[in-house]
Ligand binder design. Sequence first.
Ligand code: ADP
Ligand code: MG
Length: 361
Amino acid sequence: MASVTYDHVYKRFGDVVAVNDLNVHIEDKEFLVFVGPSGCGKTTSLRLLAGLEEISEGNIMIGDRIVNDVPPKDRDIAMVFQSYALYPHMSVYDNMAFGLKLRKTPKSEIDRRVKEAAEILDIGHLLDRKPKQLSGGQRQRVAVGRAIVREPAVFLFDEPLSNLDAKLRVQTRAQLTRLHQRLATTFIYVTHDQVEAMTMASRIAVMKDGILQQIDTPQHLYDHPHNVFVAGFIGSPSMNFFDATLVETDGKLEVNTGGFRVEVPEEKAKEWRQFKGREVIFGIRPEDIHAKPFVPPGILESDIRATVDVTELMGNEIFLYMVTKDNKQFIARVDPRVQAHPGEELEMAINMSNAHIFDPK
Ligand code: ADP
Ligand code: MG
C-alpha cells in the first residue's frame, strides 16, 4: 500500500516535452485516472513511475521514498500493458507465475497466489490454456492476474481495455472497479476514453500536451471545468461552445453570441461581471438546453430561439442538432415528448446555473 507523488516531473525526448512539470499527489488506495488525447504524455507518466523511463527533472516518490534511481523491480509496482504482453508458449498458470519464479518465490507460495488471483478474476478453469486459446477478454484478465500475484503496492494500467469490443469494455470496467475495492490498493490508470475515466476514477487527471490541465473528482470536473479543453473533453456529446461577448445594458448583463442573446440572471452575473465587455467563450452542455414547454421546474432559465437541423431519437431522450441565426451549430438533449421537425424554429430554455464562461486565449 502506498501513495505516489510526482514532484515537478519533466520528461524530454529531444525537443519533445512529453511530461511538462507534472505535480500530482495520489493517495494510498486511490483510483487515479490520467486521461487525455493520444500523445499527451499519459504512457510516459506511467513509465516514469514504473522506472521504464528515466526522469529528465524532478522527483517521483512512492510512499515517502524517492524512487528516481530505484530499479523497476524494486519499486513494488505492477503494470498491465495495453498489449497484455503474455508469453505465447506458456500456459496461463505459467504466465501468471513467471514473475514470482524469477524472484525465487517458494513454489507453494506461487501456487497459492496464482490460484487466489485466478479465483478473484474467475479464470481458474483456464489455467492450463495457452494465450492463443483465450478470448480477448480472458487474455486481459490473465494480464491483470499476472499483476495481482505480485501483490504490489501500486497497480499501473495503460489502456488495458482498448483491445476489447464495446460491450466487453463496459463489463470489464465494472470488474476493475470491483477489483479495486477488493484489493484496496492504489490504482493508476491511463486512458484516452473519458467515459472510462468518469466511471472508474476516484479522481481524474486531465492532460494535454504533457501538461496537467486539472485534477478533480469526476463530478467536480464535469461541473467545474477550469478551461475549454477540459470542458470539451469531459462529457458526451461535448459541451457546446460559442464565441461571445458579455455586454451590460441598463444594468442587465447579456451574453451575445451573434446568433442569440441570453440574459444572465443576477446570481450568475455576480460571478461573470468581471468579464464585462470582453470576448469570451460561452459553454453550455446539451442537457442544459431544454425545448419548451418541457423545462424542468426551478432552473435559472434564459431563453433563446434556434432552428432544428436533425433529430435523433434515443428512446428516453432526443438529441436535437440545432442551428442559430448566424449558422452556428449546437446540440440539445431534450425531453422525449418534444415534437421537433427539421426546419422548425424552437423556443429553448438554457439552464444558466450550469452555463460556463471561459477565457478564449
Ligand atoms: P500518450 O500515452 O498520452 O498517447 P505518450 O506518453 O506515449 O502519450 O507520448 C507523449 C509524447 O512523447 C508524444 O509526443 C510521443 O511521440 C513522445 N514520445 C513518447 N515516447 C517516446 C520515445 N521513446 N522517444 C521519442 N518520443 C517519445
Ligand atoms: Mg499511451
